[in-house]
Design a protein around this ligand. Structure first.
Ligand code: HPA
Ligand code: ZN
Length: 354
């Protein structure tokens, strides 16, 4: 018998069964930078195809450079890696590689960030980026049954004027993305810097998300909510420093797209055992698990789940169910689809321990 508040009886699921359950459970991924899915092997393949010189002698040498001390030390290498992307085919190949890995991890829906300024600044037209990504999304739906939506991210280390110019270039492709976000170097670049461009995006009916509270203070999360009107906060883990903010996020059911392996690799937390995932869930927050930049941080979605659950014994089957359900609730899918996917998660756990 299922208990009154859960669609399944947790006592009927053996702890040993949990890893396989998490792996196969339907999930949505809501915080993945497509440029962060570029594996070293593909970087070298594209460099050769496009005759781009790389400052690394081999795949191994490149991978060895992935020892980050903070967000900026990662971003420097991440932007260098993206320099091999030149043609529509490159963007399509990169995205398809991610979709195959995500589908293997049980991802049935992905909302995927892309950073057009990283490419347009190198002379790659916006159309090249968007056409390649769109083709890959069509293939993901047709061949993998995985739905994909794109979210255009503005780079916060650049000016608001540059963001406005990017939005202008993107408008002919408005139907190919559902929202806008804010990423790159957080400290010293508060949400307020982009108040006007996000206001324009809201007028255009775009969904709004923003990275906040990864390295930046809780005040950046508040500004993302109050100034940008963010519907979801990317990372957001530093909210825990401000109990009133935690209470607000819980009350307003603002989802946090949390990325445990990213937090570990960028030294936001010293160890995974110190990760606040359980505290976020216990506070009633709509927290989700995501991979952020999986090629750089050591794993795709299921690796984020397995390592986090492995490091935090307080996370069990109820939390696994809650995280999968949260991922559906936090998505920008139509409400009916969200409900249906939530029911699929319930049915999956009920079949395992009904
Ligand atoms: N934070 C900010 N910007 C980013 C990230 C991140 O984790 N990944 C890619 N761009
Ligand atoms: Zn991110």
């Amino acid at each position: 018998m299922a208990s009154s508040s859960l669609p399944f009886d947790p006592a009927r699921i053996a702890p040993e069964a949990l890893p396989a359950l998490i792996e196969r459970c339907p999930k949505a991924e809501l915080h993945i930078h497509i440029e962060g899915s570029l594996e070293p092997e593909l970087i070298f393949e594209l460099a050769q195809r496009n005759r781009v010189a790389l400052p690394y002698a081999s795949v191994e040498a490149l991978r060895a450079a992935y020892a980050f001390t903070d967000l900026q030390s990662f971003l420097d290498i991440y932007y260098a890696g993206a320099s091999v992307l030149l043609t529509e085919e490159d963007f399509e190949d990169m995205a398809l590689a991610y979709f195959h890995r995500a589908a293997a991890d049980g991802v049935v829906h992905a909302e995927v960030f892309f950073d057009p300024q990283t490419h347009t600044a190198r002379g790659v037209p916006f159309a090249t980026v968007m056409n390649g990504l769109t083709r890959a999304a069509d293939i993901a739906l047709g061949e993998l049954g995985m739905s994909v939506s794109y979210i255009l991210c503005f780079l916060r280390h650049l000016s608001e004027e540059d963001a406005f110019a990017t939005l202008e270039e993107a408008l002919p492709y408005r139907r190919h993305f559902i929202g806008v976000g804010l990423d790159s170097s957080e400290r010293g670049h508060p949400p307020e810097k982009f108040a006007r461009v996000f206001a324009r995006c809201r007028e255009l009916g775009l969904h709004i998300v923003a990275h906040a509270g990864e390295e930046g203070p809780p005040a950046y999360i508040e500004a993302a909510l109050d100034v940008l009107k963010a519907e979801r906060i990317d990372h957001g883990v530093r909210c825990l420093e401000d109990p009133a903010l935690v209470a607000r996020l819980a009350r307003e059911r603002v989802p946090l797209t949390v990325c445990p392996l990213s937090n570990l690799k960028l030294c936001v937390v010293p160890t995974l055992a110190a990760h606040p995932m359980k505290r976020l869930l216990d506070a009633g927050l709509v927290a989700t698990v995501n991979s952020d930049d999986p090629a750089y941080f050591g794993g795709y979605l299921n690796r984020n789940f397995s390592e986090t659950f492995g490091a935090l014994p307080s996370l069990g089957v109820v939390e696994a169910w809650r995280l999968a359900r949260n991922s559906m609730e936090a998505s920008f899918l139509p409400v009916g689809t969200r409900r249906e996917l939530g029911q699929q998660v319930d049915a999956f756990f009920a079949a395992a321990g009904g």
